[in-house]
Write a protein that binds this ligand. Sequence first.
Ligand SMILES: Cc1cc2nc3c(=O)[nH]c(=O)nc-3n(C[C@H](O)[C@H](O)[C@H](O)COP(=O)(O)OP(=O)(O)OC[C@H]3O[C@@H](n4cnc5c(N)ncnc54)[C@H](O)[C@@H]3O)c2cc1C
Length: 291
Amino acid sequence: MISDFKYLKPGSVKEALEMLAEHQDDCKIICGGQSLLVIMRQGLISPEYLIDIKGLNDANYLTYDAKDGLKIGATCTHRTVEKSAQVLEKYPVLVEMERKLASIQVRNWGTVAGNLAHGDPAGDPAPVLIAMNGAVKLGSTKGERVVPLDQFYPDLFETAMDHDEIIVEVLVPPSPAKTATKYQKFNLLDSDMGLIGVAVSVTLNGGGVCKDARVVLGSAAPTVIRSSEAEKTLIGARLDDAVFEKAGEAAASECSPVSDIHASEEYRRHLVRVLTKRMAKAAWEQAKISG
Ligand SMILES: Cc1cc2nc3c(=O)[nH]c(=O)nc-3n(C[C@H](O)[C@H](O)[C@H](O)COP(=O)(O)OP(=O)(O)OC[C@H]3O[C@@H](n4cnc5c(N)ncnc54)[C@H](O)[C@@H]3O)c2cc1C
């Protein structure tokens, strides 16, 4: 059962930040409520105040320009990202990821910012956004700061946000030339969280050698992690099946998944190995033909 709480409904981001500054000691932001209400119903948290930002029009946007890239406002839903023609053109992996995230009902109501703020290591957006060098802009009454997403998760369900901060914007830089990102999760039920999710981004130089790579693992550790060992096997190499195999081995050794009722640790490591290999190859093939 959900404990009683005081419900606050700001009319703007500025007002929301002021309310948060005043009540930060026992307060939660609620947007779509797709994750928050679950843990409130389970009795895991019982905040005295809820600040409902769902209706904030000044945070409901999705913009792209060639200089700054993609900006996703705090109240922008998964479904808006999924249906954006510009996102499909510039960041197709985001659309592919969204199509497999939960159901249309959840995507219609839940937000990308809310998903990232929840800090679930099994969430789909974080690995993809980290592979694309994404960041979050945090706001408070004291000002704004930008935190790269690969530095945003200190521990399980924890983030680098202070109690008086919210994610005001999710930022994705323009994709460099000859770059592609691929993501796949392995789930037992369609529209569910993955047992493992792997995102790989590959950038090639003019000669076809791997100039840069990011290998990001979801559900493979207490937080979403980058596999620096897998990245090292890719960067500087002329990519082929043997290199992809090594990258998969490196990622599987570096991660620290758990055993639970859904899968054993050993099986999850196997999934990391296979998905890393496949996603690195798929990203490489796409990067070769991209502008
Ligand atoms: C049936 C079901 C299936 C799902 N399947 C998947 C799946 O396959 N993959 C996946 O990745 N996710 C999945 N989810 C999770 C869903 O994607 C997230 O719950 C949703 O995106 C969270 O957004 P929200 O706006 O509902 O956040 P809320 O539930 O409102 O908030 C979540 C957390 O973020 C905080 N918060 C919200 N917005 C902000 C902000 N702007 N700044 C700071 N803090 C904020 C809240 O205080 C809370 O702690 C599923 C959820 C359900 C119910």
